[in-house]
Design a protein around this ligand. Structure first.
Ligand code: ITT
Length: 207
């Protein structure tokens, strides 16, 4: 059986592969599965968008006669409290999809200029939607709380990691190794639960 992960984001895919490693399933990204379809993420919540992505690919595969796949999708983003929880579900599109994260991150640092401590609170949110071969859909949401750093720092990860400061670790998520980030992150926590769900499915079937 195959697990197709409905994402075009290579940064996510790297984390996903590490967390789901060792499952007795072949894990493929959309690219590896040769799926190149545009999905309109027009949901208002992370949950809605994760389901839209996973179901779009599940339906596409069904049309192609592939009916023995599990499809998973991740919808995630950064909520900055001082910005009314923006960019939120618009995190990838914030200031334009093609704008570099150096520019997006600097814009957030500028907006929070002069704020200190709890005024800089923020969180990453991740929702994982899973569609099983019989069409059953599940969804798991997890978060990691932190603050917007005073300045950009670190080379690891992707997206907003260089400005997401984790007080307990005294650094940004871009300064953590992949292993460390996966242990504490929104995606790491949500996917670890999804992994348990998949293991149960593989043992028990859909019954
Ligand atoms: P797919 O929809 O193809 O999966 P995407 O990048 O468009 O890729 P989303 O719509 O879920 O994915 O947007 C998530 C954005 O939130 C992502 O592009 C980053 O900007 C940000 N983000 C999510 N998780 C992150 C993380 O762990 N570290 C840094 N930024 C993150």
């Amino acid at each position: 059986m195959k697990l197709i992960f409905a994402t075009g984001n290579q940064g996510k895919m790297k984390e996903i592969r590490m967390i789901l490693a060792g499952l007795s399933l072949e894990i493929q990204s959309m690219k590896e599965a040769n799926i190149d379809i545009e999905i309109e993420e027009n949901g208002k919540t992370f949950e809605e968008n994760a389901k839209i992505k996973a179901l779009a690919i599940w339906n596409y595969l069904k049309e192609q006669g592939e009916d023995n796949c599990i499809v998973m999708a991740d919808d995630s983003g950064l909520e900055v409290d001082a910005m009314d929880k923006q960019p939120g579900v618009h995190s990838a599109r914030f200031m334009g999809e093609d704008t570099s994260y150096v520019i997006k991150n600097q814009a957030i640092l500028d907006k929070l200029e002069g704020l200190t401590g709890q005024e800089r609170s923020a969180r990453f949110v991740c929702t994982i939607a899973t569609v099983y071969p019989n069409g059953r859909v599940t969804s798991i949401r997890e978060t990691i709380e932190g603050e917007i750093a005073k300045e950009s720092s670190g080379e690891n990860g992707f997206g907003y990691d260089p400005i997401f400061y984790v007080p307990a670790y005294g650094c940004t998520t871009a300064e953590l190794s992949l292993e460390q980030k996966n242990e504490i992150s929104h995606r790491g926590k949500a996917l670890s639960q999804a992994r348990v769900e998949i293991e149960r499915f593989l043992q028990e079937g859909e019954g």
